[in-house]
Ligand binder design. Structure first.
Ligand SMILES: NC(=O)c1ccc[n+]([C@@H]2O[C@H](COP(=O)([O-])OP(=O)(O)OC[C@H]3O[C@@H](n4cnc5c(N)ncnc54)[C@H](OP(=O)(O)O)[C@@H]3O)[C@@H](O)[C@H]2O)c1
Length: 329
């Protein structure tokens, strides 16, 4: 019996209003695939880039990279999941804003019973990102308890998870955010120092906080607006970890800019880290254990119905959200 699913699509890139709900047929999973019925899906800033055309993707395009629900059927060769399993994922290709989909099984993992579907949908892409940033995106000299790091947009989805995780690792996280209320939220979740970067010069404040030395790593997902200041906030041999561009692409970099303090630079992306089933599972195990231990709480500050996806994107782009947002199916 063929089924259909309400699915959020764009015919061409554009503003939030470019998204609309269509009913799409959903078939049987092929080799290496599963069919999953979502209970919730996660909203991420990468969805904004995809919707607005920052990335060149085939059209029409179904959106969404994160979800949680129940596996309905598995295709040939899938051994780590079976029909009836609770599951969650951050995964390519886009298409998670829907009730039911067929997708590759590689990045789908079993969701522990103690974690709700909504929390699962809110934590996979953002939590796995915080995991690879703090655990694996470190300077050659390593990152140890007591080290200073600067984390921009600290009250956002990835940000609030990173604040808590950094605290549990003993890192001294300096978090930036766009309002005093957001700064207070980041502090509540483990940022030792906060800077309202719409009001204060964060480079000066970082110098002051670190006694003039600078931080060991800057985790920069803001891009254009913070780029130069981030480079200036690093200590000698520090690491600039660029992982997003919510304010626009950073300017092209002159390699000589790194020479002053022998800086390291990486442009990191989750999809490199979850390229295999083994690496995805290992990272997810670490994330689940960290959440189940209570070291990290997943905050869902915005919930929307699937049909209200346009408003959800408007809020995310207008910097109105904090923590995670989910679309409830
Ligand atoms: N490379 C990867 O592997 C990877 C994976 C996940 C996420 N990311 C990136 O990490 C960042 C955070 O993702 P998220 O989904 O958790 O989003 P989010 O942090 O909840 O939302 C984005 C935040 O960026 C800040 N921002 C600064 N300038 C902005 C501007 N001009 N327009 C809009 N927002 C601006 C805002 O916080 P303030 O108001 O506090 O400034 C806003 O709330 C995004 O850049 C995303 O692309 C990268």
């Amino acid at each position: 019996m063929s089924q259909t699913s309400p699915t959020v699509r764009i015919d061409r890139p554009g503003p939030p209003e470019a998204m609309h709900l269509v009913d799409l047929p959903v078939g049987e999973p092929g080799p290496g695939e599963i069919r999953i019925r979502h209970h919730a899906c996660g909203l991420n800033f990468i969805d904004v880039y995809q919707r607005s055309g920052v990335y060149d993707l085939p059209l029409p395009l179904s959106l969404g990279m994160e979800g949680a629900g129940v596996v309905e059927a598995v295709g040939e060769g899938v051994t780590h999941l079976k029909a009836g399993d609770r599951a969650a994922y951050a995964s390519q290709p886009p298409g998670a804003y829907c009730a039911l989909r067929v997708m590759p099984a590689t990045c789908v993992v079993k969701l522990p019973d103690a974690i709700s579907f909504e929390t699962g949908a809110a934590m996979m892409l953002k939590g796995l990102t915080a995991q690879y940033l703090l655990r694996k995106t470190t300077p050659p000299s390593g990152l140890r308890a007591g080290d200073f790091v600067l984390f921009h947009a600290a009250a956002g989805g990835v940000g609030l998870i990173a604040c808590q995780w950094a605290r549990s690792l003993g890192l001294r996280l300096i978090g930036t955010a766009g309002s005093d209320a957001k700064c207070a939220l980041a502090a509540e979740h483990g940022a030792e120092f906060t800077i309202n970067y719409r009001r204060e010069n964060f480079v000066d404040r970082v110098r002051e906080i670190t006694g003039g030395r600078g931080v060991k790593v800057v985790y920069d997902s803001v891009g254009n607006d913070t780029w130069q200041g981030s480079l200036e906030s690093l200590e000698p041999l520090g690491l600039m970890a660029s992982f997003g561009a919510s304010s626009g692409k950073p300017p092209p970099i002159e390699v000589a800019q790194l020479a002053k303090n022998s800086l390291f630079l990486t442009r990191a992306t989750l999809f490199t880290h979850i390229a295999t089933r083994e690496s995805t599972q290992a990272m997810a195990d670490d994330l689940f254990q960290t959440v189940l231990s209570g070291a990290v709480t997943i905050r869902i500050d915005q919930r929307y119905a699937l049909a209200d996806v346009v408003q959800a994107h408007r809020d995310l782009e207008a910097r109105k959200t904090t923590g995670s947002s989910v679309l409830v199916v």
